[in-house]
Design a protein around this ligand. Structure first.
Ligand code: BGC
Length: 763
């Protein structure tokens, strides 16, 4: 420590940063190193570190480099190649203190190789596959000079009208928490300081998925118990797994915007959860405090944000403009700024950038000749992971798998849609590199059979919707619109269908329909495509629907019309090949829904683990005074955890090792699973628990564990799950996390509804 200070003094006198002169000795102790560097910084340099700037047309690169060299920018996002980022790091190395920049990007479900969207990854229930997708994304992004990603996005989403449902891992707290942990570890690898790792920043803290009415950016009003019980655990899981950063949400929480929320960032995140990392505002969020109506001007907005604990401001100028004046007037203290700067420097330290600012940028001579080269992609892994994420929703008369010798009419606006295949957060993925369903089916079928393609319909015939989608977020209009009359398109598809043995219709949403700022009032497949499906059905040919979409859709009618339905979400770079593998039986589908499919939009919310009520709907007793909608069947179309296979699985002999559990004891729940069909296959065996009577009303059941297993045809295996008191704990009215003695039901099933049950008592 002493030595450090002395070296610091020498270094300051020589006007060199201590870290540049004294590594590695000075770098040994993070806190001492950061404190020492902080002492050398001017106010201007400190505030500079708090600015996170988007690289875009509004800020020319030359100006950015100048600002960096003047020590006035801490990091950038959206510039994603080594040649782009190297000159910026060079500029930082010309600054007085040579504090390295970091480079950020939204690496959500892949970087150059695009993996299935997050909701699809969750559908795999395959922690190994999900982890592999995150690790490869990190390796690819780090090789492109990126240091940090704004991910994982772990907002629980129970209202599929919300477009960002696609970006999260579904409705269930336990499943999303497990994935949060896996993704943080995958991004960060053994350490975020490694050259092939990215620092994770979990988002959007907090509760963004619960925006009112599914309307993006809206308010969140939620009881503390629900917050702690259902919505906060995934963020906490990410932090416990070591997420170096946290991105703060755009929404308000019980009246206070997250960006100005002292309770959220200081009390909960830092004090209660012990978070010691970097908080970043979401895009422009500090400025938006004025719009929220909690700040009268930019000055007050900056004050609220820094006081509440926002370290770095993403893409607005308010910290730069207002913090000096606020400090001078005594409205904020030096420690408010220093604390924030300390976290930025600490994060850069943890990213390994003080050891080597060029850790991920590398040498110019090693730059890839073509960053978009196909050889940089991980196609085999993308195909494998995508196959695991597909969910078979219906398969009447074993319509699937298809015969490779068949003549197949492939129709629908999503059959040949390379952009949509990649999903909405497609990072540095290139549409030209993604495999469409048409490509994938042709590759499998080769000379053996035939694919007759016809577009059949546009994504939508609603001009206003089309304009919105083409305006939204993307550089160029991307929803292709065939100008021919709708009937001409349908007729062409019907002709193809008549000449085929079976129809495959790729229908659903364009990727922009399930994205940020893409809330919907209905969950139907757009009418243009529904008209197509109706006409196809009328041909009498077997009809397979391949759904592409980023949220559950209400497909009541289509479920009646189709013989088979495969939910493929947006399956990524290798999507077409992966879907073809499943359609033709080269891979037996094993995905399960991580979110409930409602029958209609009016049923929302439909999440499976709702609280108990005094007058529950009783099947078979449509008595007037129970909880139900009288104008539709009660219950979802497809429940949480549901998904079929080309084989069948049976569960039997569910047993508990005891009918009682001590507080410190363990209970074994076992079940025998048998593959009763003719082909090998994987399934997900799910364990749910219900607290029968507690001090508060409790969910009708909650997922507490699962195992994904492979069984050969005819094989059977007994699975064991351990239950401890921890699995029974919940937040009570006093927000105390504890289990209460009494009766518990344990259910094991292949989805959340079709279960076997046993009971035990917690003593
Ligand atoms: C989104 C964030 C994203 C950021 C930067 C915002 O609009 O809400 O999720 O990380 O933009 O791209």
């Amino acid at each position: 420590m002493k030595k450090l200070c002395l070296l610091g003094l020498v270094a300051t006198l020589a006007s060199h940063p201590v870290w540049a002169e004294t590594k590695p000795a000075a770098l040994k102790d993070k806190d001492a190193f950061v404190s020492d560097l902080l002492k050398q910084m001017t106010l201007d340099e400190k505030i500079g570190q708090l600015r996170l700037i988007s690289i875009g047309p509004e800020m020319p690169r030359e100006l950015i480099r100048k600002e960096i060299a003047a020590g006035r920018i801490g990091g950038t996002f959206n510039s994603i190649t080594r040649p782009e980022n190297r000159p910026m790091q060079d500029a930082a190395m010309r600054s007085r203190l040579k504090i390295p920049m970091f480079f950020a990007y939204d690496v959500i479900h892949g970087h150059r190789t695009i993996f299935p969207i997050s909701l699809a990854l969750a559908s795999s229930w395959d922690m190994d596959a999900i982890g592999r997708s995150g690790r490869i994304a990190a390796q690819e992004a780090a090789a492109d000079s990126l240091d940090i990603t704004f991910a994982p996005m772990v907002d629980i989403s129970r209202d599929p009208r919300w477009g960002r449902t696609s970006e999260g891992f579904g409705e269930d707290t336990y499943l999303v928490s497990r994935i949060a942990e896996v993704m943080v570890k995958a991004f960060q690898g053994a350490s975020p300081a490694n050259a092939d790792s990215l620092m994770a920043s979990v988002k959007h803290f907090a509760l963004y998925g619960a925006v009112e009415g599914g309307r993006d950016y809206n308010v969140v009003d939620m009881s503390p118990v629900k917050m702690y019980q259902d919505y906060l655990p995934p963020y906490h899981a990410a932090i416990k797994a070591g997420s170096g950063g946290v991105m703060v949400a755009l929404n308000s929480i019980n009246g206070v915007p997250a960006t100005a929320n002292t309770w959220l960032m200081n009390d909960l995140l830092r004090r209660d959860w012990g978070f010691k990392g970097l908080t970043v505002s979401d895009h422009g969020a500090i400025f938006e405090l004025i719009k929220h109506g909690v700040a009268k001007d930019g000055r007050e907005a900056a004050k609220l944000a820094i006081k509440a604990g926002i370290d770095m401001s993403m893409n607005d100028s308010l910290y730069g403009k207002e913090l000096p004046g606020l400090l001078k007037s005594g409205e904020i203290e030096q420690s408010d700024i220093d604390n924030a700067v300390r976290e930025v420097l600490g994060a850069k330290y943890d990213m390994g950038l003080f050891k080597d600012p060029y850790l991920r940028i590398g040498k110019a001579e090693d730059d890839p000749a073509d960053p978009y080269a196909d050889s940089r992609l991980h196609r085999a892994e993308a195909r494998d992971i995508a196959r695991r994420s597909l969910v078979l929703l219906k398969n009447q008369n074993e319509t699937l798998p298809l015969k490779k010798s068949a003549t197949i009419a492939l129709v629908g606006p999503l059959a040949k849609a390379p952009i949509d295949m990649m999903g909405s957060w497609a990072a540095a993925g290139r549409p030209a590199q993604s495999v469409t369903l048409l490509d994938g089916m042709n590759a499998v079928i080769g000379e053996k059979g035939q694919v007759i393609y016809a577009r059949g319909a546009n994504i939508t015939s609603d001009k206003a919707v089309l304009d919105y989608l083409n305006f939204l977020n993307f550089d160029a209009p991307e929803v292709v619109d065939d100008p021919r009359p709708a009937q001409v398109l349908i007729d062409e598809a019907v002709k193809a269908a008549k000449n085929a043995d079976v129809i495959v219709a790729a229908v659903g949403e364009s990727r922009g329909m399930s994205h940020e700022s893409s809330s919907r009032t209905d969950l139907n497949i757009p009418q243009s495509q529904r008209d197509l499906i109706k006409a196809l059905k009328a041909t009498g040919k077997p009809l397979v629907l391949v759904l592409m979409n980023g949220r559950p859709l209400s497909i009541l009618e289509e479920n009646q019309q189709a013989d088979a339905i495969l939910e493929t979400w947006f399956a990524g770079t290798e999507g077409g090949n992966a879907i073809a593998d499943v359609l033709f039986g080269d891979y037996n589908p094993s995905g399960k829904l991580p979110i409930t499919f409602p029958r209609s939009v009016g049923q929302i919310p439909t999440y499976y683990n709702h609280l108990t009520i005094g007058r529950p709907f009783t099947p078979g007793k449509p008595g007037n005074y129970t909880s139900q909608y009288f104008d539709d069947t009660t219950g979802p179309l497809f429940p949480f955890g549901y998904g079929l296979s080309y084989t069948h699985f049976s569960l039997s002999d569910m047993a508990l090792s005891s009918t009682t559990l001590n507080k410190t004891g363990k209970l074994d729940a076992s079940v025998t699973v048998k593959n009763t069909g003719k082909v090998d296959g994987e399934t997900v065996v799910q364990l749910y628990i219900q607290d029968v009577a507690g001090s508060m009303i409790r969910p009708i059941k909650e997922l507490k564990n699962f195992q994904k297993i492979m069984l050969k045809a005819g094989e059977e295996r007994t699975l064991h799950f351990t239950i401890t008191e921890d699995d029974l704990k919940f937040y009570n009215a006093q927000l105390k996390f504890a289990a209460e003695p009494g009766e518990f039901n344990v259910q094991i099933g292949l989805d959340s509804q079709d279960v076997q049950q046993q009971t035990f008592e917690l003593l």
